[in-house]
Design a protein around this ligand. Structure first.
Ligand code: FES
Length: 341
């Protein structure tokens, strides 16, 4: 995203080379058990680049880790981005580092917002289903839908009230039945009856859901009967794939050797079974930007011109997969795949 407008935040020299924004932490709030929100602002008080509901940013942590967080604030409010972060003790360390080391007044580098989970137009009613911290992209959608006057319900599933974030911000919507809480006391299936809510497709209605793996599975199973194009989801963790033919589909390369042909030069780059396309290209001096390295964010999306692809991402629609692949996780099943590089 270009940042040359008078209202855009300054880019420092290092950040500029990677097209990153330097922002300041203006506020850190305790939102719920193990959940803090971080309000990020332009250090000079300007507006931040626009974003659409459902967008996320990469946060570049001081130790080099890069983590994606959905922007949960109202897209109409350009003076800040707010992200909600669940501290995951068993995670890879990004959320722990944020909770422990990112404080008010600190500077942090972030990417411009990207969106793989945008609201589609044309729905008369929208159902938003959130599991735990999966509420963050749906919260920005709720703000957007509220302003647009679209009928919506946000079903927020959590263990209990103490684990439920943004309750003060949701208070008004909750009072009007727009936001509904479902607590399961930590026993899956005791809260919202997802099958009952989604079991019958509703006309002119779109469904959006985001949450932990079990929640995603339940929503996916219940929406199978819905028309294509009416159901949208975002994983915040690569799902564990139970299909053995897709072994390693979450993030690790596997299967056979193939070659990438670079369209610009015709050069061939071998991709060995233990390598991703990104790694093989990097070894050949061709840089493809990455972020999640799990097929979740779309940063490494590349157009391909020929070849048969084993798509292993969780974001591209079928029509997009006919044209693009995610080079961090996807493989070719043909001997050669020609990339638009
Ligand atoms: S880097 Fe996120 S999809 Fe490839």
């Amino acid at each position: 995203m270009k940042n040359d407008g008078p209202l855009a935040p300054a880019l420092d020299a290092a950040a500029a080379s990677e097209n990153l924004l330097s922002v300041r932490v203006n506020q850190v709030r305790f939102e719920a058990r193990a959940i803090q929100s971080y309000e990020l602002v332009d250090p000079d008080g300007g507006q931040l680049p626009p974003f659409e509901a459902g967008a996320h940013i990469d946060v570049h942590l001081p130790n080099g880790l890069v983590r994606q967080y959905s922007i949960c604030s109202d897209p109409a409010h350009r003076h800040h981005y707010v992200i909600g972060v669940l501290r995951e003790e068993s995670g890879r360390g990004g959320s722990r580092m944020l909770h422990e080391r990112l404080h008010v007044q600190d500077s942090v580098r972030i990417s411009a917002p990207r969106n793989n989970f945008r609201l589609r137009g044309g729905a008369r009613k929208v159902l938003l289903l959130a599991g735990g911290i999966g509420v963050t992209p749906l919260k920005s959608m709720a703000h957007e839908l509220e302003r647009a006057g679209v009928d919506f319900e946000l079903h927020y599933c959590a263990k209990d009230a103490a684990c439920t974030a943004f309750r003060d911000e949701f208070a008004n919507m909750a009072a009007r039945g727009r936001v509904r809480y479902h607590f399961d006391a930590g026993v899956p299936g005791q809260g919202l009856d997802i099958g009952a809510l989604l079991g019958t497709p509703l006309p002119d209605t779109h469904v959006y859901y985001c949450g932990p793996p079990g929640f995603m599975k339940a929503c996916a199973a219940s929406t199978l009967v819905w028309p294509a194009g009416a159901v949208h989801c975002e994983h915040f963790k690569a799902p564990v794939d139970s299909d053995p033919s897709r072994e390693g589909a979450t993030s690790q390369p596997s299967a056979g050797t193939f070659a990438i042909r670079l369209h610009s030069t015709g050069a061939l780059v071998e991709v060995r079974p233990e390598q991703s396309m990104v790694d093989a290209l990097q070894g050949a001096g061709v840089h493809v930007a990455t972020s999640c390295s799990s097929g979740l964010c779309g940063t490494c999306k590349v157009r391909y011109r020929s070849g048969t692809i084993d798509h292993r991402d969780f974001i591209l629609r079928e029509d997009e997969q006919a044209e693009f692949l995610t080079a961090c996780v996807s493989r070719a099943t043909s001997a050669v795949v020609e990339l638009d590089l």
